[in-house]
Design a protein around this ligand. Structure first.
Ligand code: IPE
Ligand code: IPE
Ligand code: MG
Length: 262
C-alpha cells in the first residue's frame, strides 16, 4: 500500500489530506495496538443502552482496519474483550459476542480483498462454540494473506498470556530434559500469542483512561503511548493519522541517550 492508496480515499483540501501528507512514510510504526474504550459512555451520552455503543463501535473498527491496511502497517491489534470483561451483565456479554460474529460474517470478503490476515489472541477455547467456529473460519480463510496482520484480542489478559506461555515453556523444557537456565527473553517471547510479531511501537487508548487494563503487558515494554479523549465509536481514520503523526515526533531512547545532533 502507499501514499496514493490513502490519498485516493481522503477528500482533497481536507484536514485528513493534510495529515496524510504530513506522515513520514519511512518511519511508520510497524505495529499499532489499540484499547478500544468508551462505548458505554458514548451510548450514555445519547441516552441509549450500552450495547448501542458497542454496535456503533463497529464502524470505527472497519475504518481503522482499512486505514491500517492502506498505510501498509505490518500489524494492528485491537483489544475487544478482556478476561475481566466476563464480569459484565450477561446480556451485554452475549450482545458483544453476537456483534463479533456478525462483524466477521460481513467483513470477511473485505479482509480477503485487502489481503488482510485475521488472527485471534486470547483464550479462544473459553468463548462460546459458535463464536469459536466463526473466528476459526475467519483465520482459516485469511491464513494466506500477506498484507496487514489483524490481531483481535478476545478473552485476552496480559497476565493470562504470560502464565500460559510459562506453563507451555516449562512443559517443553521438562520434556526435553533441559533446565530453567536456558530461558531467556527471546525464548519466552516465542511462547506468547504474538510470537514472531514485532512488538507494538504505538499503543492507543480511547476515552481518556490512563491505564493499561491488562493489555499486552510483555509486548508494550517500549511502546509509545497515545491517549485521546475521543470515545471509541467516534474514532476514525483522522484520529489514527493524528496518533501516527504525534508518534513520529517522539524520540525513542530505549534507555539510552539522544543521538548527538550534527
Ligand atoms: C469498550 O467500551 C468495549 C469493551 C470493553 C468491550 P466500554 O464498554 O468499556 O465503555 P465504557 O468504558 O463503559 O464507556
Ligand atoms: C479494556 O477496557 C478492555 C477492552 C477494551 C476490551 P475496560 O473498559 O474493560 O477497562 P477498565 O475496566 O476501564 O480498566
Ligand atoms: Mg471501558
Amino acid at each position: 500500500m502507499s501514499l496514493q492508496d490513502l490519498l485516493a480515499v481522503v477528500p482533497s483540501g481536507s484536514e485528513e489530506q493534510a495529515l496524510v501528507r504530513a506522515i513520514d512514510w519511512t518511519r511508520l510504526p510497524r505495529h499499532v495496538a489499540i484499547i478500544m474504550d468508551g462505548n458505554g459512555r458514548w451510548a450514555k451520552l445519547r441516552h441509549k443502552r450500552r450495547v448501542e455503543g458497542h454496535r456503533a463501535g463497529i464502524a470505527s473498527v472497519r475504518d481503522v482496519v482499512e486505514t491500517s491496511a492502506r498505510l501498509g502497517l505490518q500489524v494492528l491489534t485491537l483489544y475487544a474483550f478482556s478476561v475481566e470483561n466476563w464480569k459484565r451483565p450477561k446480556t451485554e456479554v452475549s450482545t458483544l459476542m453476537a456483534l463479533l460474529k456478525r462483524y466477521l460474517r460481513i467483513e470477511l470478503d473485505t479482509l480477503l480483498r485487502n489481503n488482510i490476515r485475521f488472527r485471534v489472541i486470547g483464550r479462544m477455547d473459553e468463548l462460546p462454540i459458535d463464536v469459536q467456529k466463526e473466528l476459526q473460519r475467519g483465520m482459516d480463510r485469511t491464513a494466506h494473506a500477506t498484507g496487514l496482520l489483524f490481531n483481535i484480542a478476545l478473552n485476552y489478559g496480559g497476565r493470562a498470556e504470560i502464565t500460559d506461555a510459562v506453563r507451555r515453556l516449562a512443559t517443553d523444557l521438562l520434556a526435553n530434559g533441559r533446565d530453567a537456565g536456558h530461558i531467556d527473553e527471546a525464548m519466552l517471547s516465542s511462547y506468547l500469542y504474538t510470537a514472531g510479531q514485532p512488538d507494538p511501537d504505538l499503543l492507543i487508548r480511547t476515552s481518556g483512561e490512563l491505564r493499561i487494563s491488562n493489555f499486552l503487558l510483555w509486548q508494550i515494554a517500549y511502546a509509545e503511548i497515545w491517549v485521546t479523549e475521543v470515545l471509541w465509536p467516534d474514532f476514525r481514520r483522522r484520529h489514527l493519522l493524528q496518533a501516527i503523526a504525534d508518534y513520529q515526533k517522539r524520540e525513542r531512547r530505549y534507555g539510552g541517550i539522544a543521538p548527538p545532533t550534527a
